[in-house]
Write a new protein. Structure first.
Length: 554
């Protein structure tokens, strides 16, 4: 970056710019099914009940994940209200903190070179997968934060830092365990392995600090698990087997089975456009010419975690977030070996490609119909990519910086902000397509139908419950995906919130609900088998894939 400002100042300017791009319009679309809606609703119910140790989803206990994500999301709701904005702001802040931590890791690995560290932080903050983790709330953004805290703490300690960094490592590990369990140790342990593997690093003696650090990990990371096991011994098998071993080894346990090569496709997509430069330059560089430190970063920060997560049967893109700091740092290392002339060629290619993409976004409203894209796209949506193209042209004309690297980074920042600001209106205009039920909630609220009972047929819709700020009643017919783990419920009150329509013993309760003039939400149409219920709902309304049955008494 221009020498008028320090690299640290440019880092904070980038964090502010990225934060503005993420936060602007962040609440313009409703929470999305299924993961984000689930975390949002559990957090809302947790805050409403004041029970911070027993997460509940639609009124029934739900122990799939430890509570840190719910706590942080509930904090956002407490500060900003039960809105999509309140749910997402903590995740955005977590991602911005990750960018700062990648800068810190870069300074350590690049031996204090703040310019290279800055480049790594900017690359990381512009990876598509990182942006997705900021805009769609799951455990992964927070898990990545704690993993980076632990990784930075241990690497700072190993680079002759004080004991406080050693304790930061254990603190980060403990919070990672309390966010998603043992998987949170992957990146920090790989950082340690990369530091020592064939690098002749001096060994640190075992001291009382190691015992205290381990105690910190156990005290924080296992606290919630041990509390629940003490409350009910059945939790031990539940956590060790169902939520840990089965998630890794059983492809059908949580219906997230993907082929072994799934991540080999998604990792490059999640790190565009930089992954192209990384692969090309790595392919052109002799392995023997790469310093041991960077070989270890490639092997332990990227390849070993990639293999580990690929072996797991349950796969989602965001599970692989821990490898992306390594990809950012490696890209900066490889590009840092190039001359300005070679970098300029990359700059020209990337300028052309990104300009074409922004031009395509400008034309999207006109091309949507011709391309068969069934989305609502307002012509005004083109203003953001048009502004991005203007910014790109001005950068080309007015930037007097001689060095190419800062121009390349600025180009990427412009494109990232353009992409973020263009995506928000698209999500707002197509909420039903994006699996948000906010339009349903708004329709019910406008007619005051939300004041009575709201029943949902054969679907679990935490997003609608969140948007209405009330717990809905689910009617289960033959959708096994909405079966709940009720073994930890103290009584049968959960049957008032999850009604088994096939159970003769619950027919009387179902009819009592229908007699109270509820609203019934159905995906598609109500099956003929349940046609006897239609007289309770003389009116219907269709919104996207949903049918709203109601009594017209409003």
């Amino acid at each position: 970056m221009p020498a008028l400002l320090s690299s640290r100042t440019w880092l904070w300017l980038f964090v502010v710019a990225l934060g503005a791009g993420l936060l602007l319009g962040l609440g313009s679309w409703g929470v999305v099914e299924s993961s984000e809606a689930r975390y949002a609703e559990i957090s809302r119910e947790m805050l409403a009940a004041g029970d911070w140790l027993h997460p509940r989803l639609l009124g029934i206990q739900h122990f799939h994940k430890p509570p840190v994500t719910y706590w942080l999301t509930a904090a956002g709701i407490a500060a900003l209200g039960p809105t999509a904005l309140g749910v997402r702001v903590p995740a955005v802040l977590a991602v911005l903190a990750q960018v700062v931590l990648v800068f810190g890791l870069g300074k350590l690995l690049f031996k204090g070179d703040a310019r290279h560290a800055l480049a790594a932080a900017i690359l990381y903050g512009t990876f598509p997968v990182v942006l997705i983790s900021a805009l769609n709330v799951t455990t992964d953004a927070y898990l990545m934060l704690w993993e980076l805290v632990a990784a930075y703490g241990i690497l700072r300690y190993l680079h002759q830092g004080g004991w406080r960094w050693f304790y930061l490592f254990w603190l980060g590990l403990g919070l990672a365990f309390l966010t998603k369990g043992p998987v949170g140790a992957v990146l920090p342990l790989m950082v340690v392995a990369a530091h020592y593997f064939r690098q002749a690093q001096p060994r640190r003696p075992f001291t009382v600090h190691h015992l205290l650090g381990l105690g910190l990990l156990l005290g924080i990371g296992l606290s919630w698990y041990l509390y629940l096991v003490a409350e009910n011994k059945a939790f031990l098998d539940y956590f060790l087997w169902k939520q840990t071993a089965e998630r890794f080894a059983n492809a059908d346990a949580f219906k997230r089975a993907k082929p072994w090569w799934f991540y080999l496709v998604l990792v490059p997509v999640g790190s565009l456009p930089w992954v192209v430069a990384l692969l090309v330059q790595a392919g052109r560089t002799r392995w023997a010419a790469v310093p041991r430190q960077w070989r270890n970063v490639l092997v332990f920060w990227v390849l070993v975690p990639l293999l580990f997560f690929s072996l797991a049967k349950s796969k989602l893109l965001l599970y692989l977030l821990p490898i992306f700091p390594g990809l950012a740092l490696l890209t900066v290392y490889y590009l840092g070996q190039l001359t300005d002339a070679a970098l300029y060629r990359w700059y020209v290619v990337m300028s052309g490609v990104l300009a074409l993409l922004m031009a395509g976004l400008c034309l999207l409203p006109a091309l949507a119909g011709a391309l068969g894209i069934h989305l609502e796209i307002s012509p005004l949506t083109s203003l953001w990519p048009a502004a991005g193209i203007v910014a790109l042209v001005l950068q080309q004309m007015l930037w007097t910086q001689v060095r190419v690297a800062p121009r390349l980074l600025a180009l990427t920042v412009i494109f990232t902000l353009t992409l973020l600001l263009t995506a928000k209106p698209l999500l707002h205009q197509n909420q039903l397509v994006a699996s948000s039920t906010r339009p349903l909630a708004q329709w019910l609220q406008q007619r005051h139908l939300d004041q009575g009972l709201v029943l949902v047929y054969d679907e679990m819709l935490p997003s609608l419950s969140f948007e209405l700020n009330k717990t809905l009643i689910t009617l289960q017919h033959d959708n096994d995906d909405i079966k709940r783990e009720t073994q930890f419920e103290a009584d049968k009150n959960w049957q008032k919130l999850l009604v088994d329509m096939n159970d003769p013993a619950q027919q009387a309760y179902l009819k009592s609900l229908l007699a109270r003039h509820p609203v019934l939400i159905v995906k598609g149409e109500l099956e003929d088998f349940w046609g006897w219920m239609l007289p309770y709902f003389p009116q219907q309304e269709h919104l996207g894939p949903w049918t709203i049955y109601y009594g017209g008494w409003q």
